[in-house]
Write a protein that binds this ligand. Sequence first.
Ligand code: ZN
Length: 156
Amino acid sequence: MMNFETWLYTKKNVGYTLLDTAKTFSKFPEDKKEKLRNQYENYVQKASMNPPVRKVKCNECGKEYAVPLKANFMFFCPDCRIYNGSECEYGYAAITPCNIFLGDKEIGMITGGGREDYMLTSDEYGLSMKLIKGYKNLEVYHEVVDIMKEYLVRTE
Ligand SMILES: [Zn+2]
């Protein structure tokens, strides 16, 4: 989220002057300053209500939906419930915690790794289980996809 100064720099030529708004802000009349401050408040409110998302399209049913962006996450289609993909920092950093989403709803998480066992937890499906597979080739992710598939079908 941008601070007020930075945000002002994006508001060029908003009416009062053709000069850079941020540089001339202090010279603005009070009502103009007030207006900009209110606009900034709105921006802050919207930004905090709308965390960054990735728009995805299900390659099975064509459903388009938004998944919250995390360092590591995998997502299933909210309509047909098939596995749609994952993103993670494999090769750069730990691949956990990994948030598991059904559409934009978080339904579970993978934790652990390194010297600890990988774990799959899900309040949604009452899961708290040790995983067998490991880091290499993201095998633990594939293991989780297989497990989640079963639960996602069962609750249909
Ligand atoms: Zn789908």
